[in-house]
Structures are given as C-alpha cells and as structure tokens.
Design a binder for this molecule. Structure first.
Ligand code: HEM
Length: 435
C-alpha cells in the first residue's frame, strides 16, 4: 500500500486536494492500487484499481456510509436515501424505486423535451450562451416539473430551487473541513439555504397530503410510503425530496454542460450525431421510444460521462477489520473511490484522455468497476436511466436545431468540487438552416 507524497503537518493533503483536485487524484495510481491520504485529522485510503473499487461498492455490509464524512453530508440532505447508512437504506430505496420505473420514462422524456423547447425558445442565431446557467435551469426545471405537477405550490418549488446553489457549494467544503460551526459568510449562506430547502419541502409535502390525486413523482413517493409503513413521516419524506433534488440537478446539469462542450470541440462528432438524429427523427422532437435507435448519440453521452463523471469522488467507511487487495484495513477506515481516476486508467481505456465515442460502439465490455459514473451495487444511482434519458434528449434535441461552436478564449478547465463542472463555459449557437 502506498502513501501520497506532499502531506503538510496539520492539513495533510487537504490543501493540495482543494488547489488542484484532479491532478492530485490523477497522480495517485503511481503509488499503488491503494494509497493513503490525509485531510486534516481524517485518514483515508484511495482505491486506484477498478476491480478493487467494484469490491468496495458492492460490499455495503463492510464498506458503509458511516463516519464523519457521511455525518457531515447528512447535514445537507437530512437522513435521506443517498447519505443514509445501510441499516436504514433498504426501505427508502424501495420507496424511491417506483418513481424511476421504466414505464414512467416516456412521460418524463416528454416533460424533458417540453422544458428544452421552453429554455431555448428565446435563443437567437449566433448568440453566445452561458452554458452552466442554461444547463442548471434545464435540469432543475425538469426535476421540478417531474416531481411536482403544475397544481403544486409554485412558491415552495421556487424555494427549493433557489436554495440549491449554496447547498451544493457547501457540501464538498464541509465534508473536508471540521470548522463548519464558524460563522463565515459561506457557512451562514449554507445554513440559510438548508433551512429554506427544508421549509419548502415540508410545505410541499403538507400540500400533497392535504390535496387530491396527482400523477407525478411526489405522488408515487407518497403511495410507496403508504405501502411500506402506512405511517406518514414528514421528516423522512423531506429528506427524500431534498436528496432527489440534490442528486438529480447538479450532477445532470454538469453532464449537460460537458456534452455540449465536447460536441462543440469535436465538430465531426457533432455532425455524425446530427445525421443520426435527422435519419431517425426527421422533423420530430425526440421521444423516449426513439432513444434506442440513436446509438451514436448514446455513445457521445456515455463518453462524456466517462471523461467527466460529475460525482468524481465518493467515500465509504469500513464497519469491521477487512482485507482489500491483500491489504488489511482496520475498522473505521475511510475508503475513497473515484470514477474520474478509474475512468482515466489506460489499461481500461487506451488513450484515456481522448474523446472517442466509438469506443462504446464495439461489443467489448470492460471489467467490473471500469465504468463507475453511476456507482454500482445496492447504492447505485437510482436516477441513472432518468439522467441518460435527459442527456440524450438534450444532445439530440439541441443538435437538430443548433450548431454548437466554441467561443475563443481561455482554455476550458474542469472545476472539481462536490460535482465536476466545466469552468466559465460559453458557446456560440448558430441556428441550422438560417440564411
Ligand atoms: C449524470 C447524472 C448523475 C450522476 C453522474 C449520478 C451519480 C450517482 C452516483 C455515483 C451515485 C452513488 C453514490 C455512492 O456510491 O456513494 C448516485 C446515487 C444516487 N443518485 Fe445519482 N447521479 C446522476 C443523476 C441522478 C438523478 C437525475 C437522480 C434523481 C432524480 C439521481 C438520484 C440518485 C439517488 C437517489 C442516489 C442514491 C441511491 C442509493 O443510495 O440507493 N441521480 N448517483
């Protein structure tokens, strides 16, 4: 087992991680399959091998969501689905699962195409668009419309959406820092946003419990709650709603931005995708049933998710002494897995930094653990199909109408915090067929 070099006496590797997270993480495989790091007082092992990462995330009995990292993450979500420990996970997963049933996807895809049409309606030929802002509006509006139908309390939905940026900004910093009680502006903004989100979620839930029949994700969640326990639990429901918003909007919006960035940087791929959508869709907007006939579009999206997995750093804690890759880990050890690190290993992906959608069109499948963008095992992303659908709808829907062009300027660098985003991305949109 190796140790990452460059630890400072008190901070350990925290400063290096915050300064240039991707370079730091990318440097670790040179020190072994399991590498020791330290963030302040917190010691952890980073898993640098796909099969070992797979072993970690599919054995949730030994590698659980416990310890200070997850306790701090629960401050954000409440004890919902994503951050909860194994003991309370199963029931919550069963409650959420029906909301993501395949049979509901065509309805969700229709909402996604409607939101895309609304969000792009005002675009002018040749306009420069700030991509991250567009992507976040698109995914948060989609999530809001999918979860809460028109009749729901719009003020409370707006409250949830407004709280998200400060919460998401706070997650990563708070998980690494023990100084969350300090009244800094960032900590105050975080506390305020969390209260706003909890209050808005509580208001929405109360409205739903009092109201009539609806056909949206919230109604499916409440029906599942009745089946599971029969007893309404507002706090648990608020944590589930918060978690779905947190898990669903920032991650997918980062991926929407990356897909747009990669298409703009690779005009050949963009043209191939356009030709595919033209031959399959003609003049229609994409529907869920079309997506299976768009293999190249799917390959572009998957390649973007490989190169830039939004959830790029995730953690577990050992519940008992165990061995991993022949090394003994004591109970209570923090174990980190990184889809970003794994998906850039050359043994799994030759020329790993190259954008090459064709690698997904051949029949060969990777070893277990080689694609971890959505995690794996019992804690695998509940919204993976939802997210893929959203990304394919955006890629196909945009490229049919618009040519995406890079805007000359600063080199685009990823910003890695809780979520991996492109920094300051702006693109020029030329309307196809414009004179
Ligand atoms: C590109 C978009 C997305 C990415 C990259 C992503 C990634 C992930 C990952 C890596 C995990 C596992 C975390 C772990 O192992 O600790 C996860 C869990 C989860 N995700 Fe996603 N996600 C995305 C979109 C969504 C969407 C759209 C939703 C819902 C609307 C969602 C809901 C969830 C939930 C509920 C969990 C917790 C599952 C459990 O513990 O049972 N995600 N996601």
């Amino acid at each position: 087992m190796g140790t990452a070099p460059g630890a400072l006496p008190l901070l350990g590797h925290a400063a290096t991680l915050l300064r240039d997270p991707l370079r730091f993480i990318g440097s670790l495989p040179a020190h072994g399959d399991l590498v020791h790091v330290r963030f302040g007082p917190l010691r952890a092992v980073v898993v640098c091998d796909p099969e070992l990462s797979h072993q970690v995330i599919t054995n949730e009995r030994v590698f659980d969501k416990e310890g200070p990292l997850w306790r701090r993450a629960r401050e954000v979500e409440g004890d919902g689905l994503i951050t909860t420990a194994r003991a309370r996970h199963r029931r919550r997963r069963r409650m959420v699962q029906p909301a993501f049933h395949r049979a509901r996807m065509p309805h969700y895809a229709t909402i996604m195409t409607e939101v895309l049409a609304d969000e792009t309606a005002a675009w002018q030929d040749g306009q420069v668009v700030p991509v991250s802002a567009f992507a976040l509006r698109f995914t948060s509006e989609t999530t809001a419309r999918v979860m809460f139908s028109e009749s729901a309390d719009p003020e409370a939905v707006a409250g949830i959406r407004a709280a998200l940026p400060d919460l998401v900004a706070g997650v990563f910093r708070r998980m690494l820092s023990p100084l969350n009680w300090l009244p800094t502006p960032a900590n105050r903004a975080f506390t305020k946003a969390r209260k706003q989100l909890q209050d808005s979620a509580a208001r929405l839930i109360a409205g739903y419990r009092a109201g009539g029949e609806r056909d949206d994700m919230m109604a499916v969640l409440l029906a599942a709650e009745r089946d599971e326990t029969g007893t309404p639990d507002d706090e648990e429901m608020a944590a589930l709603v918060t978690g779905l918003f947190l898990a669903g909007t920032e991650t997918t919006s980062a991926s929407v931005s990356w897909v747009m960035h990669l298409l703009a940087e690779h005009p050949d791929a963009q043209e191939r995708l356009r030709r595919e959508t033209e031959s399959v869709l003609g003049d229609r907007v994409p529907a869920y049933e079309d997506l299976i006939h768009l293999p190249y579009t799917r390959a572009v999206v998957t390649e973007a998710l490989r190169l830039y997995p939004p959830a790029w750093l995730l953690a577990r804690v050992t519940t008992s002494r165990t061995t991993l890759g022949g090394h003994v880990l004591p109970a209570g050890m923090n174990v980190i897995y990184s889809p970003y690190l794994i998906q850039r290993r050359p043994r799994q992906y030759p020329e790993p930094d190259r954008f090459d959608p064709d690698r997904w069109l051949s029949a060969a499948t990777g070893c277990p653990g080689s694609f971890l963008t959505f995690g794996d095992g019992a804690r695998k992303c509940a919204g993976d199909t939802f997210a893929l659908t959203q990304l394919m709808v955006v890629a196909a829907g945009l490229v049919r109408r618009w040519e995406l062009r890079p805007v000359p300027g600063r080199r685009k660098r990823p910003k890695a915090r809780a979520v991996l985003h492109p920094r300051h991305l702006r693109l020029r949109l030329n309307r196809r067929g414009a004179a």
